[in-house]
Structure formats: C-alpha cells, structure tokens
Design a protein around this ligand. Structure first.
Ligand code: UD1
Ligand code: UDP
Length: 359
C-alpha cells in the first residue's frame, strides 16, 4: 500500500506508483487526508495522472496531536481490513508517522522513502516524525550516503538502501509536459524574478519571522513571486502586517500552484528563496539548476549546500536581502548533476521491494 497525505508526498510518490505499476507489483493507493484543499491535494493527483486513490479520508484542521491520532485510527482500521504485506510512506509529515505507527503495531512492514534526513533542529515536528518513522521501518530508502550514515549512527532496526530521491524522477518526468501545458508565465510581468515559498511552522507561526520575510521581499533587489501555502495565508491574516502585504509592489502573491506551473517558475526564475524541503532538492535537478537561499536556521539537505546549490541564510531580513544581492551580482557556478540522484530512484526502490517481498 502506497500512502500519501500532503502535496509533496503526492509529487514524490508519483514516480514510485508508476514504477510499481510498470513492474506489475500489485499496490493499492491511499490518501490519509492531511491536506484537503483541492489545490493542495486532488489537483496533484489529476495533473500527475495518478489513479484515483482506492481509499481516502478528509481530516480537516486539527492540532498536531489530534491530527496524528486520527490518522492512526483511520489507518489501523484500513490496514486491518486490507492486510498489505508492505506499507510505503514518504517523508516526514504527521501522516507519515501516524501511518507507520498504525502499520508496525499490526505487524505490517513499513518502507520509508526518503529515510535518514536529519536537521538536528528539535523544534521541528518533521524532525520528530522522520526520526520515529525511521526507527519503526523495516526498509529504509535513503536518498544519499549522508542519509544512510545518519541511520547507521542511530542503529535503526531495518534494512538500509541508498536509492536517490524520487523528486528528481518527478522533475525529469514532468518538465516537458509543464513547458507545453503551463500558462503561468502570462501572469508574471517581469523578466527577472525570484521565486519564494515559506510555510514551516517554526517560521510562519512566529510573527517576528513572518514579518522579516515580508520585509525582505519588499526590499528585494528583484521582484518576488510567492505562491502562498494555506498555513502562511492563515498566519498572515491573523497578523498586523496583512494590509501592508497587499500593497507591496515588489511582491506578487499567488495561491498555491499546481506542479506544472511551479516547475515552470522554478525553471525561469533567477533564484529560489524557500524553507521547503522538496524545493531544495528540485533546484538541483538538471532541468532546473537554480541557486537556493534557505530561509531557515538549519537544513536536513546538506548535500544541496555541499554541491553549491543551496545556502542557509537564516531568517533575518538583512541577511536574506544581502544574500539575494550576492546571488545576483556574484552568480555561482552550479554543478550539472544533482546530489539527490539521476532520476531512477523509483525504479531502484521498486526493484528492492520486488526482491525483498519475493515477487
Ligand atoms: C505539512 C507538514 C510539513 C510539509 C507540508 C507540505 C507536518 C507536521 N507538517 O505542513 O512537513 O512540509 O505539510 O506542504 O506534518 N491547510 C489548509 N488546507 C489544506 C492543508 C492545510 O487550509 O489542504 C491549512 C490549515 O489551516 C492547517 C494548516 O494549513 O491547519 C497546517 O496544515 P498541516 O497539514 O497541519 O501542516 P502544513 O503546514 O501543511
Ligand atoms: N509546489 C507546488 N506548488 C506550489 C509550491 C510547491 O507544486 O505552489 C511543489 C514543489 O515543486 C515541491 C513540493 O510542492 O515538489 C514542495 O512542497 P512543500 O514545500 O509544501 O513541502 P516540503 O517539501 O517542505 O515538505
């Protein structure tokens, strides 16, 4: 059973769903309901031409603990009924941890795609989720050697494999169709622009950090295009700077975009400013190759920094603006290859699953 719950999980599981089908591995597809807006969920299933989920739930908004608990209850019922031999989860969301817990308590094997990432920042719910999930997994699909070493250091119980990250597969599989189908550039009126996203709880739930971001985008040396995550929109509405944001000429706020539009913006922008995990990886994919300013205090993707794509610039306004200026005036030479693999991660994971399950 392949389980997804949020936007990045759908994108990163899409290549694996395809590879399992191509190799005739019987699989059911479940949406555990963490994301529920059309433009955070169903839109991706349609655009990526995935099958309709065999099972899906709608959770709506709950606190972290309630959200996790409700998913465990749903998933336990479903896993009892369907009894899969393996449950595949991807990443570090509450849905991932909840599904992994439900499975392991029923004695069902868990395969963790994107295992072994560590930010060493214990404020982050994602850091709790990924560590705990890794420790209850039977198969750990680490994207890189660094991720595998993290798992070795922690003596996790399951079998470890280095496979690359399926997000590189996703970029390569969708970029041509994005170039053909997307009309997003008609909505962008500047030749040069920076693409921004921010949604991490430790950033946008802190009103000072949120204000820093808005002010940095206001003072940015080039226009900033910002497709806004619903968590951030909610926090902005609750903040004192809400009215000001609408008036900033340098900042174009868009609703959350579909994958094809977002790929085109990544391909065309001068730089990416983000606290997203997946976007740090996508920026290194050969069709994208963009400098990334990571507006956080840490990253669980040190490979992107080591390769020269990403720079962790922190969350202070001046540091973000200076880093943008530097990125424009002193462009970095970026490698041709991604440190997250060559676009064959899903195929590698499928081969391992076939061997391990005896198909
Ligand atoms: C979650 C993940 C995060 C991941 C992100 C992907 C956890 C702890 N966090 O963060 O790791 O990077 O998804 O985008 O699992 N909301 C909507 N509509 C939706 C979804 C969310 O309005 O379809 C709003 C609600 O106000 C909700 C808030 O966003 O309370 C937060 O949603 P939630 O899924 O809890 O966390 P994300 O910030 O999306
Ligand atoms: N993305 C998208 N539309 C957007 C913003 C992001 O399709 O408006 C894609 C992006 O290409 C990447 C994924 O969503 O594949 C990242 O999701 P997000 O930043 O929400 O989560 P994270 O990767 O931080 O967990």
């Amino acid at each position: 059973m392949v389980v997804v719950g949020t936007r990045p999980e759908i994108i990163k599981m899409a290549p694996l769903i395809r590879a399992l089908k191509a190799e005739e591995v019987p699989a059911v597809f479940t949406h555990c309901g963490q994301h529920y807006d059309y433009n955070m969920s169903q839109q991706f299933i349609e655009e990526l031409e995935l099958p309709k989920p065999d099972f899906s739930y709608v959770l709506k908004t709950y606190s972290q603990g309630t959200q996790t608990a409700r998913i465990i209850i749903h998933m336990e019922k479903l896993l009892k009924k369907t009894a899969p031999s393996l449950v595949l989860v991807e990443g570090d969301t509450n849905g991932v941890l909840a599904t992994a817990l439900a499975a392991v308590k029923l004695g069902i094997a868990v395969g963790h795609v994107e295992a072994g990432l560590r930010s060493f920042d214990f404020r982050m719910p994602e850091e709790h989720n990924r560590r705990l999930t890794d420790h209850v997994s039977t198969y750990l699909f680490a994207p890189t050697e660094i991720a595998k070493r993290n798992l070795e250091r922690e003596n996790v119980w399951g079998k470890k494999f280095v496979t690359g990250n399926t997000v590189i597969d996703a970029v390569i599989q969708h970029i041509s169709i994005a170039r053909k189908k997307s009309k997003i550039l008609k909505r962008i009126h500047s030749e040069q622009f920076a693409l921004a996203t921010a949604h991490r709880a430790e950033n946008v739930d802190d009103s000072t950090v949120l204000k820093n971001f808005v002010e940095a985008f206001e003072e940015a040396p080039i226009p900033v295009v910002y497709p806004m995550h619903p968590r951030t929109r909610k926090r902005l509405r609750q903040s004192k700077i809400c009215a000001k944001v609408q008036k900033i000429k340098n900042l174009k706020i868009l609703p959350p975009l579909g994958y094809l539009d977002f790929l085109v913006l990544m391909e065309k922008c001068e730089m990416i400013i983000t606290d997203s995990g997946g976007i740090q990886e996508e920026a290194t994919a050969p069709p994208i190759r963009k400098p990334v300013l990571v507006i956080r205090l840490s990253t669980e993707r040190p490979e992107a920094v080591k390769a020269g794509f990403a720079e962790v610039v922190g969350v202070e306004k001046d540091k973000i603006v200076k880093a943008m200026e530097r990125t424009i005036t002193q462009p970095r030479k970026l490698p041709d290859k991604s440190p997250f693999g060559d676009g064959n991660a899903a195929r590698k994971i499928t081969k391992i699953i076939k061997k391990e399950l005896g198909f």
